[in-house]
Design a protein around this ligand. Structure first.
Ligand code: ATP
Length: 310
C-alpha cells in the first residue's frame, strides 16, 4: 500500500527525517512510535501529500505521490493532530463540505451515514461541532478522514488530549477500521501502539531505529533471559547456589518469607534447563521458574538508548 524510499526532509538546515525506507502492506495497522520531535508528524505529512520531501519517493497504491499527487491523495484519509474542523458548522454540514472539497463523486448522504456510523457519531449528526466534547470532535476528525472511503488512513496522535474513557473509545474505533483499511498511526504512547498495531516502526532522530512486532523488537534488544524464580530455600542458600551456577549474569533476591525465597535471575544465555537442574540438585523446592517477557516500554527505552550510544 505504501512504499517510502529514502525519505528525507529538511526544515531550513534542520534535518527532521533522514533517509527513511519502509513498506506497508495492504490491511496492515502500523504504528510510528517515537519521542516528541522524533519526526513522526513529518513522516505522516509527507505520506499524506501535505508536505513535499526534500528528497526521496512515496508511492501509495502504486501511484507516485510526486507524479500523480491527486490520484494518490484521493486514496488517503488523514487525521492531523489538530483536526481541521469548522466549529460553527454541524457535523453533517461539515462532512458534506469535506466530501465536496475531496471531489467525492459517489452518494454523499450514504457516505456521511457510513462515516458517522463508523465514528459513532450518528446521534450527533445535526449538532454544531463547537458544542461537542473534545473526544467527539476527534471522532469528527476521523469521519472527515474516511468520508471518501480511502484505502489508507493516516492518524497523527489520534488519542492525544483525550480522557481515559475517550482513549478506549478511540482505540475501539480504530480497531473497527482495521480489516477494511490500511492504517498508519503515530503515538508516543507505548500501550496504545501495542494495543492497536500489528507492527511498529520505532523512530529516533528522524530515522528508523527498529521495526517489527513487539516480540521481534524484544528479540533485537536482548539475548539475555530474565527469570522470575521462587524456591523453598533460605535466601542465603539460594545466594550461594546462584554464585556457583553457570551463566548467571545477575540476580536479585526480592523477598524471603516462611522459608521461601523469590528472586529475579538474568542469564547471559538461555540455559534454563541447566539452572533448573542446579536448583533441584541443591535440594530446593522449585515453586516458580518463569521467563519474564520484555515489555514494550523497556524495549523502547533500550532501543532508543542504543541509538544514543552508537
Ligand atoms: P511530536 O510527538 O512532538 O509531535 P514528532 O515526532 O511528530 O513530534 P515532528 O513534528 O515531525 O516530530 O518534528 C521533527 C523535527 O522537525 C523536530 O525537531 C521539530 O522541531 C522540527 N520541525 C517540525 N516542523 C517544523 C517546521 N515547520 N519548521 C522547522 N522545524 C520543524
Amino acid at each position: 500500500m505504501i512504499v517510502a524510499e529514502q525519505l528525507t526532509k529538511y526544515y531550513g538546515d534542520r534535518a527532521a527525517v533522514t533517509g527513511i525506507d519502509f513498506t506497508i502492506r495492504d490491511g496492515e495497522v502500523v504504528g510510528l512510535l517515537g519521542l516528541n520531535g522524533a519526526g513522526k508528524t513529518t513522516i505522516l505529512k509527507i505520506l499524506s501529500g501535505l508536505l513535499l520531501p526534500t528528497s526521496g519517493r512515496v508511492t501509495v497504491a502504486g501511484l507516485s505521490m510526486a507524479e500523480q499527487p491527486e490520484q494518490a491523495r484521493a486514496r488517503i484519509g488523514f487525521l492531523p493532530e489538530q483536526p481541521p474542523l469548522y466549529p460553527e458548522m454541524t457535523v453533517n454540514g461539515y462532512l458534506q463540505f469535506v466530501a465536496h472539497i475531496k471531489s467525492f463523486t459517489g452518494d454523499i448522504d450514504a457516505a456521511i451515514t457510513e462515516a458517522t456510523a463508523a465514528a459513532d457519531l450518528s446521534h450527533v449528526r445535526d449538532h454544531v461541532i463547537a458544542t461537542l466534547s473534545n473526544g467527539f470532535q476527534r471522532r469528527v476528525g476521523i469521519a472527515q478522514a474516511i468520508i471518501h472511503k480511502p484505502a489508507l488512513i493516516l492518524l497523527d496522535e489520534p488519542t492525544s488530549g483525550l480522557d481515559p474513557v475517550q482513549v478506549v473509545q478511540m482505540r475501539d474505533l480504530i480497531r473497527g477500521l482495521r480489516g477494511k483499511n490500511t492504517i498508519m498511526l503515530s503515538s508516543h504512547n507505548l500501550h496504545e501502539i501495542k494495543e492497536v498495531c500489528d507492527r511498529i516502526l520505532v523512530i529516533k532522530d528522524g530515522q528508523i531505529a527498529a521495526e517489527g512486532t513487539e516480540a521481534e523488537l524484544g528479540k533485537r534488544v536482548t539475548t539475555a533471559t530474565k527469570l522470575s524464580v521462587e524456591v523453598r530455600a533460605a535466601a542465603g542458600a539460594f545466594r550461594e547456589a546462584m554464585a556457583k551456577a553457570k551463566n548467571v549474569a545477575h540476580f536479585e533476591i526480592n523477598t524471603e518469607k516462611d522459608g521461601v525465597t523469590t528472586a529475579t535471575v538474568e542469564l547471559a544465555k538461555d540455559c534454563r534447563e541447566e539452572l533448573a537442574k542446579t536448583l533441584v540438585d541443591a535440594g530446593f523446592g522449585l515453586r516458580r521458574f518463569e521467563r519474564i517477557e520484555l515489555e514494550l516500554e523497556s524495549i523502547f527505552l533500550e532501543l532508543t538508548r542504543k541509538e544514543v550510544q552508537s
